[in-house]
Write a protein that binds this ligand. Structure first.
Ligand code: PLP
Length: 446
């Protein structure tokens, strides 16, 4: 009976729902999991089987599913105001959220512009940068620079600054040309080089481009500290320091895409804090609403804001999304930020991170594990696989085997990563480490 219900949902979903980032035919062999409910770090399927959400449902869920505090805030907000347009109107949740975020940057980024998803926030930052230059009499500054192996989303503007051949292939002719410069990925260290050396070498390459071309360049966009989507490539904070210096020296905006690494994921609330810098634009999404509702935003400086402030309509930033600043989403974000304060989350995460790193130590020593790495609440390692057939199917096999061991994990190619919610207790930390190890060994055996 139960079995039939699960099978029925799968069949109906595959018939009518086109799933994201999926070759749908793969579902002939890869299972589709109908989720019936969530509680804390766990998702439960229609049969009552559970899966630890060890990647926070694509990196959005910070404080678990059905979090009582976020639920209560949303229920309260639901009876007050579910939505109102933000052009010509305002409301308490969006005001308080903007003030709170500005405070977290000590007012360096005191103006918040809202959208609903990460890619839209990236579009906004790119448009705002070019438009600010245009308003300042530099319409020729309209080119963008991104890093090798960058990921900034999949709408056309965001995809243009994304360096993932598989995602771009079919759309190349639709995309604006951009400059792609070296990634400071610490794994690229040559014999005798440190992570700092790699970062400085990459910054040197960027400087050569800026020397030649800065009059035409509006902004450099970067994922601070961890390039997540292309395999959790981590770099030294010195790279961000250099980036800030170079952008100032050559008169180019710096866009920090903290959609994945913001909200405490990198260890500090904003990843940029670890380099002691602020960008000209900072994009947030994913965890900002605790993983409850679509919400994204771009924070910027007073200088950028002033570049648009004028009697002339056309000098304004005429960009909008229907659900811009949705009150429910803002309220979820406020509840999320309150948990950071009430529970001293950043400090407690340091202890949790140390525990999980320790629990993963035996796996880190595995002869087929390379580049075991960690930053804040992100762990990753690269599997060394000689067998070509296994290498090409590693990610899917790992996902399937992990489900059999009650774990939701989706490796990126041969890179296994953990990005758990911030609420794991000691037992859950042990369970996650042990089972990840077990799954890895099983998958290697084929
Ligand atoms: C996920 C992500 C995006 C895109 O966000 P969506 O909400 O999926 O559009 C952009 N940049 C980074 C760094 C991301 O991780």
């Amino acid at each position: 009976m139960e079995q039939n219900r699960q099978a029925e949902w799968i069949a109906r979903s595959l018939k009518s729902v086109w799933h994201p980032c999926t070759q749908m035919q793969h579902h002939e062999t890869v299972p589709l999991v109908p989720v019936a409910r969530g509680q804390g770090a766990w998702l439960y399927d229609a049969d009552g089987r559970r899966y630890m959400d060890a990647i926070s449902s694509w990196w959005v869920n910070l404080f678990g599913h059905a979090n009582p505090r976020i639920n209560a805030a949303l229920k309260d907000q639901l009876d007050r105001l579910e939505h109102a347009m933000l052009a010509g109107f305002t409301h308490e949740p969006v005001i308080r959220l903007s003030e709170k975020l500005a405070e977290l940057t000590s007012q360096a980024l005191g103006h918040c512009f809202y959208a609903s998803d990460g890619a839209s926030a990236v579009e906004i930052a790119l448009k705002m940068s070019a438009h600010a230059w245009r308003n300042a009499g530099h319409a020729e500054k309209r080119e963008f620079v991104c890093l090798k192996n960058s990921y900034h989303g999949e709408t056309l503007g965001a995809l243009a600054v994304t360096d993932v051949p598989l995602f771009r292939e079919a759309y190349g002719s639709l995309l604006q040309d951009v400059h792609v410069v070296a990634s400071p990925d610490a794994r690229l260290a040559r014999e005798g080089e440190s992570a700092v050396d790699v970062a400085l070498r990459a910054a040197g390459e960027l400087e050569r481009l800026l020397q030649e071309r800065s009059e035409r360049i509006a902004a450099v966009i970067v994922e601070p500290l961890v390039q997540c989507a292309t395999g959790m490539a981590m770099h030294d904070p010195v790279y961000l320091k250099q980036l800030r210096l170079l952008c100032d020296r050559y008169g180019v905006h710096l866009i920090a895409d903290e959609i994945a690494v913001g909200n405490g994921r990198s260890g500090t609330f904003f990843a940029c804090e670890q380099a002691g810098i602020w960008p000209d634009f900072l994009c947030l999404s994913k965890g900002i609403s605790g993983g409850y509702l679509p919400l994204s935003l771009v924070m910027t400086t007073d200088a950028v804001y002033q570049a648009f402030y004028d009697r002339d309509v056309a000098r304004g930033f005429l960009h909008s999304h229907s659900f811009t600043g949705n009150p429910l989403a803002c309220r979820a974000a406020l509840a999320t930020l309150a948990i950071f304060e009430e529970d001293d989350v950043l400090n407690r995460n340091r202890d949790k991170a140390a525990r999980l790193t320790q629990a993963l130590a035996p796996l880190a020593q595995h002869p087929q594990v390379r580049h075991f790495r960690q930053r804040g609440m992100i762990w990753a390692f690269d599997a060394v696989i000689d067998d070509a057939e296994l290498a090409s199917s590693f990610s899917r096999r790992f996902f399937t085997t992990a489900l059999e061991h009650e774990l939701l994990l989706r490796p990126i190619g041969a890179t296994v990563y953990l990005m758990p919610p911030y609420i794991l207790d000691e037992q859950e930390i042990e369970l996650l480490a042990e089972r990840t190890h077990t799954v890895f060994e099983k998958v290697l055996k084929g």
